[in-house]
Design a protein around this ligand. Structure first.
Ligand code: PLP
Length: 439
């Protein structure tokens, strides 16, 4: 279920105590708004989920979901660790002043330059995805003259009940060392027997937008069958088990995700049970939610423009953004809910489809939604756009990327400026002086 929107006396949507219509007028549209209180609550809920469990733990934020300087500083303030997946995300984190030792670096094709950068900055650990990366890290270790802290990303052969594009734990995934082929064992041996590596732990990530812990539990069970053998063969198991992220959120009223406490407990209990049954030491358990920390905190505001009804009586309402600021509907057929923010107290009168302004028929933000009669100039608020919205934003059709505003306790703060047309051509190099006409 979605949280009920807050509506003020003027009938306007309020976010974090700030009038959404005022926000749209002050900062323009499209506009990403983050309700900071919700981010704080989610981070605290994941930390609290471990509080009464007999394990050491770490909660990291997967910054791919939404990475900006202000967000990373908030994550630091909340006491979370941080995952990055590229040199750019790492640069953002370091420029935000995030402590390097609390950063882990993921990715299935990190370049030598990215690995050098991460290791030289003394980040906490590299999560190694493949044999090529192990080779690159040997070079880096030689250059810096010390072992590199690593986790191994394992692929447990567990499919997740989610969209194929965000399922990552199955045997044909592009990510990680497969348990099923023996690659995981080979990588484990390679990491253990080479003094250029310091093996901190093992990692898996099953997939995203999961509503139950079942796939995580299954992955833990699969993994421990293997770990028991590794323990007897190599005589040692690392201290950390990172079980990834993927905790689902409510995008629509029909979505019923499991709250952090009820998601985490079965996973931890599965680890405890496996360790008990096999007389193995209980590892420190790490998680790395992205979407679940920021998704529900985000709302995108748009201005409604054109309207068109087809001969089949389908009505399109077009907004001033689209797949440029929210790629997820085009990429994964993701569903969203929305309201008209300047008439948030009115009941629905028509069924419409919300179209973006990009030159693609697939640029549809919401198919079939019931709204009060929408007019040009109305402000549309689309909920739960906080994860993978701004993060996946792009400049298709040369649309400038929107601004981002944090709101909390009635205060608004601009944290990312809106791009300008000038920004769009900043890296373009002309063939000739544009002032000189072509004759
Ligand atoms: C390795 C890894 N960890 C964590 C995440 C975060 O997933 P989510 O945002 O669904 O929690 C992802 C998402 O792609 C991932 O690949």
């Amino acid at each position: 279920m979605l949280e009920k929107p807050s509506v003020n006396q003027q009938g306007h949507l309020e976010i974090g105590g700030v009038d959404a219509v005022w926000l749209s007028k002050t900062y323009g549209t499209p506009l990403y708004i983050y309700d900071v209180r919700k981010i704080r609550e989610k981070a605290a809920a994941f930390q609290a989920a471990f509080a009464d469990l007999p394990v050491r733990y770490q909660v990291a934020y997967a910054s791919k979901a939404f990475s900006t300087i202000a967000m990373i500083q908030l994550v630091d303030e909340l006491g979370l660790a941080l995952d990055v997946v590229s040199g750019g995300e790492l640069y953002t984190a370091l420029r935000a002043g995030f402590p390097a030792e609390r950063i882990h670096f993921h990715g299935n094709n990190k370049s030598l330059e990215e690995l050098r950068y991460a290791v030289r900055e003394n980040i906490g650990a590299i999560v190694v995805d493949n044999f090529y990366e192990l080779e690159l890290l040997k070079t880096v270790s030689r250059e810096i003259g010390k072992p590199v802290n690593i986790l191994l990303r394992l692929t447990p052969g567990v499919g997740a009940d989610t969209h194929a594009y965000i399922s990552t734990g199955q045997d044909d995934s592009k990510f990680g060392f497969y348990l099923s082929t023996g690659d995981a064992r080979k990588a484990y041996r390679a990491a253990l027997t080479d003094d250029r590596f310091h093996l901190v732990g093992l990692h898996f990530h099953i997939g995203s937008q999961l509503f139950t812990p079942d796939a995580h539990v299954l992955a833990v069970q699969r993994l421990y069958k293997e770990l028991e053998q590794w323990k007897s063969e190599f005589g040692w198991l690392p201290n950390v088990l990172n079980v990834g992220g993927g905790f689902g959120i409510a995008y629509t009223d029909g979505d019923e995700p499991t709250e952090p406490r009820r998601f985490i407990r079965p996973i931890v209990e599965a680890v405890l049970a496996e360790c008990r049954a096999r007389s193995l030491e209980v590892p420190e358990i790490w998680i790395e939610p992205g979407r679940a920390i920021v998704g529900e905190a985000g709302t995108t505001l748009y201005t409604i423009g054109s309207r068109k009804t087809t001969s089949g009586q389908k009505t399109f309402i077009a907004v001033d953004g689209g797949m440029t600021d929210n790629l997820r509907p085009a990429l994964y057929q993701s569903k969203y809910e929305a309201i008209i923010a300047n008439r948030a107290d009115q009941t629905a009168r028509e069924r419409v489809t919300i179209a973006g302004k990009c030159c693609e028929s697939g640029d549809i933000l919401i198919e079939d939604i019931d709204l009060p009669e929408a007019r040009p100039g109305d402000i549309l608020a689309v909920f739960c756009t906080g994860a993978y919205g701004y993060a996946m934003a792009n400049n298709y059709n040369r649309l400038p990327r929107p601004a981002v505003v944090f709101v909390e306790d009635g205060e608004a703060r601009l944290v990312v400026e809106r791009e300008t047309f000038e920004d769009l051509i900043r890296h373009d190099l002309p063939l000739r002086d544009p002032a000189r006409s072509r004759s």
